[in-house]
Design a protein. Structure first.
Length: 452
């Protein structure tokens, strides 16, 4: 395999530059190690002679990711630091000459290894391929399948790396050194304070997850809360928690689509980490449903990930490369099928078109970087348990997805905002204070909060 080893090292130079210019080391199956001049945060293990060829023919983001998922390459060390590799590759092969040179070097590598198999599903790994037979995008039936695809990986799996309340959304790190449990409780309370919850009010939580927010709101603010989800596993877990907390008379968990609320109305509505599943085309229906369900004078807090402007320099071979590269196919196939991140202007603009009045917006981008790093470290600390529950490939999917997301938030490719909307009453009054002082007055509990 001497020739294959030399060819693989030429490919590595095409992709990442010479070793002296790299920030990470590469370890090859034949024992050769190429080290950068300075300490590296991670190592790229090229585990088979065919790894680069399988990874780059065709040269798409998805093929590179799948090389990691299915073990042709491995990432040892700080996986978030390795998230730059895709962009480095896209930049270096962005001209016709560079792409042609890479192709010649790839052809010198074998196309298969002894461990290859023909299992298209790769041992049952969780993939979204079948969803495309389940109706048009963002129909009620397909949305239900999409949500279950993502969240029904299993409560036992999520419990390995989420906080003790099972909050699967951005935490709130006011200082930066809080534990994950502390930061998630702070986020739940921040949502409640922004909604100015008062005892006896009716709260709807759209996409309630495992029930943390409705439970917190009922216990700490005395509201009557309804949480809706499309995940049966989440609903079962949340109902058990509600009963264990003795809140069965104040908290209801329902398996329901946000478009099927009927004639129910609520004083306050929250939606945390749900809008990402809605899609741009369905945003009007989403905000219209929330507006109908909200009582006059009520407040709606929408918390969701948004896309940010991409100002990075583009390769010279951009038009063809972008079509080949197919950015975000990994997320859509393995993590969030039909997921759609839209800019803040779309979220706010559609909400205002549906007659909501915007009262407050806060970016939590840096908070999500910290949250995701906590999740990745906790998942890695429970790697053996995770693999026992979901298998090695699904473990790799989540490790990579969360680390890449942390990188995306860190560099400003994606963001997250909490937007507070009001439904003014008949007199045009939006029932919010003149200032934000009540939200951030940590020394005094908000007016609606019950004594601990």
């Amino acid at each position: 395999m001497a020739d294959a080893g030399s060819a693989a090292r030429r490919v590595a130079e095409d992709l990442f530059g010479p070793p002296a210019e790299r920030t990470f080391e590469i370890r090859y199956w034949d024992g050769v190690v190429e080290r950068p001049p300075n300490a590296s945060a991670f190592a790229l293990d090229v585990r088979t002679p065919s790894a680069f060829r399988r990874m780059l023919l065709p040269p798409t983001e998805l093929k590179i990711v799948e090389a990691y998922l299915f073990g042709d390459i491995d990432i040892v060390g700080d996986i978030e630091a390795s998230a730059v590799l895709g962009d480095v590759v896209a930049q270096r092969i962005g001209t016709a000459g560079a792409a042609w040179r890479l192709l010649q070097h790839l052809r010198a590598l074998p196309s298969h290894d002894e461990h290859d198999d023909d299992d298209d599903e790769h041992g049952g790994v969780h993939v979204a391929r079948r969803l495309f037979r389940l109706g048009r995008m963002h129909s009620k039936a397909r949305d239900a399948h999409v949500v279950r695809f993502h969240y029904d990986v299993g409560n036992d799996f999520y419990s390995l790396w989420l906080d003790r309340q099972m909050v699967y959304s951005c935490a709130y790190f006011a200082r930066g050194d809080e534990t994950l449990d502390e930061a998630q409780t702070a986020k739940l309370d921040l949502v409640c304070r922004k909604l100015r919850l008062m005892p006896g009010e009716r709260l709807l939580d759209i996409g309630c997850g495992w029930g943390a927010l409705v439970i917190h709101a009922a216990k700490a603010y005395g509201v009557r809360a309804t949480g809706i989800t499309l995940s049966e596993q989440q609903a079962a877990f949340a109902r058990a928690r509600v009963e264990a907390e003795g809140l069965g008379d104040r908290v209801t968990i329902a398996i329901r689509d946000y478009r099927a609320l009927g004639d129910q109305t609520f004083d306050k509505i929250s939606s945390v980490g749900m809008v990402e599943h809605v899609g741009l085309a369905r945003l009007p229906a989403y905000f219209a449903a929330a507006y109908r369900a909200l009582a006059s004078g009520g407040l709606f807090l929408n918390h969701g990930i948004i896309s940010l402007a991409d100002a990075r320099p583009r390769p010279l071979f951009d038009p063809i490369l972008r079509r080949l590269w197919q950015r975000d196919q990994f997320i859509r196939r393995y993590v969030f099928p039909d997921g759609d991140l839209v800019p803040s202007t779309a979220v706010i603009g559609v909400a205002e078109h549906e007659a909501f009045e915007l009262r407050d917006v806060e970016s939590l981008r840096e908070h999500y970087v910290t949250t995701l790093r906590h999740w990745v470290h906790r998942l890695e600390a429970h790697a053996d348990e995770a693999r026992a529950i979901v298998g090695d490939v699904t473990y790799r999917v989540w490790r990579l997805y969360m680390a890449a997301s942390a990188h995306g938030f860190q560099i400003g490719r994606i963001g997250i905002i909490q937007s507070l909307f009001a439904k003014p009453d008949a007199a045009g009054i939006a029932h919010v204070p003149r200032t934000r002082d009540d939200i951030y007055a940590h020394r005094a509990a908000p007016a609606g909060r019950l004594a601990d």
